[in-house]
Design a protein around this ligand. Structure first.
Ligand SMILES: Cc1cc2nc3c(=O)[nH]c(=O)nc-3n(C[C@H](O)[C@H](O)[C@H](O)COP(=O)(O)O)c2cc1C
Length: 344
């Protein structure tokens, strides 16, 4: 399968590659999709400053997250549903998206060891806490001994949101009926997702020996509480607009959270980042790594691991060009004054 040459081509082809209900699951948000749209709208109100007078022949994309050196400051988000997009999609994604040593994040469930074996870059594990303390202890032990470099526990899914677009597509696919709910994973109980208190986060902190952060932090007070619990990093996310609707755009949560965190912990941000310029915005406003979700699904649907790798290469090429045009020669040198807010 030939690779496309732009991200837009992967996006346009996506609906023809998957079933309508899978398309709705991947692209949709919750309720009125305000959070989903705001992620993009807020990024579009930020400008990248055009600067001149620099030698921009060499652009240094390298950075480090915790103690992991990275070839570029972005990586793939954890996502469920990859096997519906491509056979063994979760393994293919780990293989493809990490091309060149990029950071990958493996979603909860799916094969534990195989993804580590095929990845070319460091892999973080995203854990849904689907059980009691004994369950968590056993699971963390498995994840750590499999070789995952960090663990993030997703906490913006205390309950499952109402995803109208997906529900409607399921209803149509079922001929006017919703399918019976299926168990998420054998031996797992989503009730435990509703029970993650700060006290429980401290329990997890004691349990987890690799770097650990919560995914789904949007408020500066919650970021401070994460640091009080001794967490190693903060992941700003509204689940790609798939959980609380009518929420803040993640790029607007970023400066507030970054101010609360200072340089005490690195920050990952995700939600609507699609372009090299978007990545510059995330870095300028305080993130160390920008995580990208749906575009990798478009790549996976096109050509499995090769399609996911193509997305990574496209983003890297775009970032390089955009940094040069913005007079930014090194990722580590991008600061707040690289961007500004406008009201077009
Ligand atoms: C199809 C799909 C499945 C997802 N599944 C998970 C998941 O299992 N765990 C999780 O923490 N986040 C999940 N997310 C949220 C992503 O990790 C990420 O926060 C979001 O996709 C980022 O926004 P973007 O898609 O606009 O880049 C999922 C997102 C999508 C699109």
């Amino acid at each position: 399968m030939e690779n496309f040459i732009t991200l837009g081509q992967y996006e346009c082809a996506f609906p023809s590659k998957v079933k309508p209900e899978v398309y709705a699951y991947v692209t949709g948000g919750s309720a009125s999709e305000l959070s989903l749209r705001r992620n993009r709208a807020a990024l579009e109100r930020i400008v990248v400053e055009q600067r001149i007078g620099m030698d921009v022949r060499a652009i240094d994309l390298t950075t480090a997250f915790l103690d992991m050196p990275l070839p570029a400051p972005f990586g793939v988000c954890p996502m469920g549903g990859m096997p519906q997009v491509w056979p063994r999609g979760d393994v293919e994604m780990a293989r493809g998206a990490t091309v060149g040593g990029l950071l990958g994040v493996a979603n909860s469930g799916g094969p534990l060891h195989e993804r580590i074996e095929v990845a070319s870059g460091p892999l973080m594990y995203q854990l849904y806490n689907y059980g009691d303390r004994d369950w968590a202890a056993a699971r963390v032990e498995e994840i750590q001994s499999a070789g995952y470099k960090a663990i993030t526990v997703t906490v913006d899914t205390g309950v499952q949101s109402r995803r109208d677009v997906h529900l409607e597509a399921l209803y149509r696919a079922g001929g006017g009926q919703l399918p019976a709910p299926r168990p998420v994973q054998p031996g797992s109980d989503p009730m435990y997702l509703s029970m993650i208190t700060w006290e429980y986060v401290r329990f997890l902190r004691d349990l987890i020996k690799v770097p650990f952060g919560l995914k789904g932090v949007m408020h500066p007070d919650d970021a401070r509480a994460c640091l009080d619990c001794g967490l190693d990093f903060i992941w700003i996310s509204n689940h790609g607009g798939r959980q609380l609707d009518s929420g803040r755009a993640t790029i607007d949560a970023l400066p507030r959270v970054a101010a609360a965190v200072g340089n005490r912990a690195p920050i990952i941000v995700d939600g609507g980042f699609r372009r090299g310029t978007d990545i510059i915005k995330g870095l300028a406003l305080g993130a160390t790594v920008v995580a990208i979700g749906r575009p990798y699904m478009w790549g996976l649907a096109h050509a499995g691991a090769e399609g996911a790798a193509a997305i990574s290469r496209l983003l890297e090429a775009e970032l390089r060009v955009d940094m040069a045009l913005a007079g930014q020669t090194s990722v580590r040198g991008i600061t707040r004054d690289a961007v500004d807010y406008v009201n077009y």
